[in-house]
Design a protein around this ligand. Structure first.
Ligand SMILES: C[S@@+](CC[C@H](N)C(=O)[O-])C[C@H]1O[C@@H](n2cnc3c(N)ncnc32)[C@H](O)[C@@H]1O
Length: 462
């Protein structure tokens, strides 16, 4: 039994690798989690192991190494499905390539049954294909075209374009089915179930950044975070904002907001200093990592990074939440850059409000992208490089309890004793961990219907 995994995967694979060149300059070693480090998770969750691991019996080092590397590849493959979801969001909501009606949730569930909705979808798909073929498509459109072509759909001949259109419409139908399935689940389980079964998307917006700002404020008030106490930060899964599932805005180029929003909040609150702070992004997405590497290169040549700061005014929000959020949003970025004129909001996206900020190059060069799968990998540093603070929002929900417990062990190993993890997902606590749940910060975003977000703060105790 023990040899099954080894036979299955053939060769002994290397345990240790290095962050790819061109990404982090001061990168530590990226290591897969060892069997020894995973042992508490394996025994703590003995009854809830992934089926293949359970069936093969207790692994030895070689088998474990092969298994985690296989799982790492499987997780990374989920990004493809996530990107396909972004493509469908673009098709449903995009305003730069079409004048056709948007396909909101109400229309989405009627796709395939209503000739009206079918015609909206068909027109949108045709317009998207035309825009891909027109001269100078936008950066976001180019990225989506590359994705489509990479997965075997061509735009060269009329026949191929028809096939590509069908692929777009089939993907829309798939999303409609998934949405109905999601809606039929009990409310509490929805978010959890939906994300574990699905592709991993790069979706992001300003709501989690506002939640983090509230959490940092509370942690400072309670003396958990100290003035000047945070120098080394990791943002796990910063995401890339383009055509998200909430509003699908496509009128500005793909951008990463969270690393800069976090820096701005921490500097504003005096928790970090603009002259010494360092922030690493830890992500499995090549798109995210390459984006951050590119803006760093530009910043090294003195170029600023312009961030658009859009938000959807139609999101259900209490007056109190809206007022506090707007106050946060109006100041956002002024500790790391200067306000500039935003890209104007097209009429068809009129529910979006925006402003923009030009982030100073000296701040952009503080951000280092590292290719790390936080579930199966960790960074090994000299002790003085360990993080004071790790952030992870809308990432752990993509994983089950076993994977989340591995991630918890990996984050613990990357934090210094006394350092914090702040996340909006409550992590399972069945496995003994040095990362203790020390505070929950609730933020009510809407009273009718009641929507409450939480920031969960974990402290590495020793
Ligand atoms: C939905 S986005 C969240 C973006 C942002 N944190 C937010 O809350 O808006 C998820 C991000 O996590 C990254 N991600 C997912 N699984 C990961 C893993 N195991 N290790 C590192 N990054 C991961 C994705 O590539 C993506 O950038």
């Amino acid at each position: 039994m023990r040899n099954k995994l080894a036979v299955l995967f053939g060769v002994t694979l290397m345990l240790v690798c290095f962050a790819p060149a061109g990404l982090g300059q001061s990168s530590g070693r990226v290591e897969f989690i060892s069997l020894e480090s995973a042992e508490p998770v394996l025994s703590g969750l003995r009854d809830a192991l992934p089926p293949d691991l359970k069936a093969a019996g207790p692994p030895n080092d070689t088998q474990w190494s092969a298994w985690v590397q296989l799982k790492d590849r499987e997780v990374r493959n989920r990004l493809i499905r996530g990107e396909e979801d972004t493509l469908v969001n673009l098709l449903r909501f995009g305003v730069t390539f079409t004048k056709e009606y948007r396909i909101d949730d109400e229309f989405l569930v009627r796709y395939g049954q209503s000739s009206l909705v079918n015609s909206f979808a068909e027109n949108r798909a045709n317009d998207l294909i035309h825009a891909w073929m027109a001269p100078n498509p936008s950066e976001g459109l180019i990225e989506m075209r590359i994705f489509v072509e990479k997965h075997g759909h061509s735009l060269k001949t009329a026949r191929e374009r028809t096939e590509t259109k069908q692929y777009l419409l089939d993907s829309l139908a798939r999303l409609g089915d998934e949405y109905l399935k999601y809606k039929s689940q009990p409310k509490d389980e929805r978010r959890y179930r939906m994300f574990q079964d699905r592709g991993i998307s790069l979706d992001t917006n300003l709501w989690p950044d506002y939640l983090l700002d509230s959490a940092f404020r509370s942690m400072l008030e309670k003396g958990m975070l100290k003035p000047g106490g945070v120098r080394r930060i990791a943002v796990v899964g910063p995401g890339l904002d383009f055509a998200n599932k909430e509003a699908g805005n496509d009128f500005y180029p793909p951008q990463t907001i969270q690393p800069f929003a976090v820096l701005d909040s921490l500097i504003r609150l005096g928790i970090s200093s603009a002259s010494t702070v360092e922030l690493d992004t830890l992500d499995i997405s090549e798109n995210v990592n390459m984006h951050v590497a590119r803006i760093r290169r530009a910043a090294a040549q003195g170029r600023s990074y312009i961030l658009q700061l859009p938000w959807n005014t139609e999101r259900p929000m209490s007056d109190e939440y809206r007022a506090h959020f707007v106050e946060y949003w109006q100041k956002l970025g002024d500790k790391i850059g200067q306000p500039v004129a935003p890209i104007p909001v097209p009429k068809a996206a009129a529910s979006t409000r925006t402003r923009a900020v030009k982030v100073r190059p000296d701040i952009v060069t503080r951000v280092i992208p590292l290719d790390v799968n936080v579930v199966y990998q960790r960074l090994s540093w000299p002790a003085d490089r360990a993080y004071d603070l790790v952030i992870g929002t809308n990432i752990f929900l993509y994983y089950g309890a076993f994977e989340q417990s591995l991630a918890r062990a990996n984050v613990t190993a990357m934090l210094r004793p006394g350092g914090f993890l702040v996340t909006n997902d409550k992590l399972p606590d069945k496995v003994p961990s040095e990362l203790k749940d020390v505070m929950e910060v609730p933020v009510i975003s809407s009273e009718q219907p009641l929507v409450q977000d939480f920031a969960f703060c974990y402290l590495r105790t020793n």
